[in-house]
Design a binder for this molecule. Structure first.
Ligand SMILES: Nc1nc2c(ncn2[C@@H]2O[C@H](COP(=O)(O)OP(=O)(O)OP(=O)(O)O)[C@@H](O)[C@H]2O)c(=O)[nH]1
Ligand SMILES: [Mg+2]
Ligand SMILES: [Zn+2]
Length: 221
């Protein structure tokens, strides 16, 4: 008897991700997959980006959480279109849900879409969402050893946002060790921004990086 095998889950995800890429290209959407541990500062990062860019670009947010609409409510207060995905238990977002979310958001052409992934340093990095870029938000509070312990997440991200730099002293965070660990993974491709979403330290550099990126993607001077 022949045994039927259901198509590999990652292969199916790739198919959906390809669809998203096509859709995004046609509509000139720029999708940013924001990953990181629970509480690392993913929502804080997205809120900071919204405050900086909402008057200059079309923005939208897809919020992924196992449960609740807490983050979506926060984002919605800033006057930006937001859609919540509740995975009900799954520890990462899949391209199928992003596809559906993009269609139901009814986005304008030329929109930056922030996707807040589920708080998790492991499997979200294995699931292609058809995104244009990946940002990992890693906080000082999690410790300076994270690049050593979770290399794949850092390897697969284009930008590392190290948040909570206001508590470096309290935590006893060894910045040199952290950067050494990152460099071992990223080499010269390392784009690291140390920021505090509390004191706003380091935000100017982060904002000018994204400003340049969006301007060139949307062909603006
Ligand atoms: N001191 C300090 N606190 C911060 C900073 N960034 C975020 N926080 C706080 O850390 C907590 C978690 O931040 P969020 O932005 O909600 O983190 P998240 O990654 O979205 O969390 P989940 O969605 O639950 O995974 C909040 O209480 C923030 O106010 C920072 O740079 N410094
Ligand atoms: Mg959040
Ligand atoms: Zn998972």
């Amino acid at each position: 008897m022949e045994i039927k095998v259901i198509k590999d889950i990652l292969q199916r995800n790739e198919f959906s991700a390809d669809n998203i890429r096509k859709l995004a290209k046609e509509n000139k959407w720029f999708l940013i997959n924001v990953m990181g541990s629970p509480g690392a500062g993913k929502t804080s990062f997205i809120k900071a980006m919204i405050n900086t860019f909402k008057d200059r670009f079309n923005l939208a947010v897809i919020e992924g959480d196992v449960a609740s609409t807490i983050d979506a409510e926060e984002i919605s207060k800033l006057g930006v279109e937001v859609l919540q995905i509740n995975t009900g238990g799954a520890c990462h977002l899949v391209a199928d849900s992003i596809n559906e979310a993009l269609l139901s958001l009814n986005l304008k052409k030329a929109t930056v879409v922030f996707i807040e992934n589920i708080g998790n340093l492991i499997c979200p990095s294995s699931f292609d969402l058809g995104e244009n870029m990946r940002v990992v938000v890693s906080s000082v509070a999690e410790g300076d050893d994270k690049p050593y312990k979770y290399p794949i997440m850092f390897e697969s991200s284009d930008v590392v946002v190290l948040s909570k730099i206001d508590v470096v002293e309290i935590i006893g965070f060894d910045m040199e060790k952290y950067i050494k660990g990152l460099k071992a993974i990223k080499g010269d491709n390392l784009k690291l921004f140390g920021v505090s979403f509390k004191t706003l330290e380091g935000l100017t550099e982060l904002e000018s990086y994204f400003s340049e990126l969006f301007n060139s993607y949307f062909n603006r001077k």
